[in-house]
Write a protein that binds this ligand. Structure first.
Ligand SMILES: [Zn+2]
Length: 302
């Protein structure tokens, strides 16, 4: 009886654990490559299914910075975020980590920000062969995990952002299948969570000002004039020009894309954070949103 009671309790417990695990597995967002899906090159593409919809209408946004670390600009962004008491995610190019920039990577982690991969270099992955993409993705993750391990930090979330947001259009393979392979080899489970964006600040545009970058982000939160860009070929050269447009139905939340290697991004960030403070908009880390939550995953490097 004791045994059967124990069994019953155990099976009940097991049932609860399984139910919980299932519920969490089912609620896992799409930003992880799906375990049971074989992605088709050239067909399973686009950012539309991967928006951070759970942040919409919440007056909450996540700040993300790409393309660093930059020896002088990234530290200034870190100073500013500290001043405002907020955290961000830094998608770094691991080929840019060297003796000079390594302390910046450590600052990112020590000051409570999320360290994330923007790949090894900034090549468009659609132009890379499967083995090269695989090797660079793997190398990038291993580099970041190596630094975290040396610092004695376990950061469960390993976010990845495709340079140019480009993926899925290579001819012979699909990046998300490779991502699952890399993840299985490194972690034994599906642990690399890819991130696009909802609010493009266009801060990399040569002709945009800090005020316009901040205005564009503000427009996504409450409506108004925002800025985008269009490409044209002038004298045989590809030129990107600024385009303004009106937002009448603002998202009121989402993931904001910026670049810590841009000088104007520092003053734009100050304007955005000042506005956010005045309006009561909250800056949140990525992992609080449903899309970027890790559920019951452990994600420890093998
Ligand atoms: Zn980039």
């Amino acid at each position: 009886m004791h045994l059967s009671l124990k069994n019953a309790l155990m099976s009940g417990l097991l049932f609860s654990i399984l139910t919980l695990a299932n519920a969490q597995a089912h609620s896992l967002p799409k930003q992880f490559p799906e375990d049971n899906m074989i992605y088709r090159p050239g067909q399973d593409v686009g950012m539309a299914p991967y928006r951070a919809v759970s942040l919409y209408g919440t007056n909450q946004f996540a700040l993300t910075y790409d393309d660093g670390p930059h020896a002088t600009r990234t530290p200034k962004i870190l100073d500013l975020l500290k001043e405002f008491g907020v955290t961000a995610t830094f998608f770094v190019l691991t080929s840019q980590i060297n003796e000079t920039t390594r302390p910046i990577i450590e600052r990112i982690v020590n000051e409570g920000h999320q360290l994330a991969s923007h790949d090894q270099d900034h090549d468009d992955n659609n132009g890379e062969t499967g083995p090269i993409y695989k090797s660079e993705l793997s190398q990038s993750i291993v580099t970041l995990e190596g630094i975290l391990a040396e610092m004695g930090v376990h950061q469960r979330e390993m976010y990845y952002r495709f340079p140019y947001g480009a993926y899925g259009k290579a001819r012979t393979y699909h990046h998300l299948n490779v991502m699952k392979e890399v993840s299985r080899e490194l972690y034994g489970e599906n642990c690399i969570n890819f991130v696009f964006w909802d609010i493009d600040s266009s801060d990399w545009l040569p002709s945009i000002t800090s005020e316009e970058v901040a205005q564009g982000v503000k427009a996504h939160m409450e409506g108004g004039t925002a800025y985008s860009f269009k490409a044209a070929t002038v004298n045989g050269r590809r030129v990107w020009t600024k385009v303004s447009y009106q937002i009448t139905k603002p998202l009121k939340g989402g993931v904001v894309l910026m670049h810590d290697i841009q000088e104007k991004t520092l003053s734009a960030t100050r304007l955005i954070l000042t506005e956010a403070k005045a309006k009561g908009w909250k800056v949140v880390p990525l992992n609080i949103s449903k899309e970027f939550n890790y559920g019951n995953k452990e994600c420890v490097l093998k």
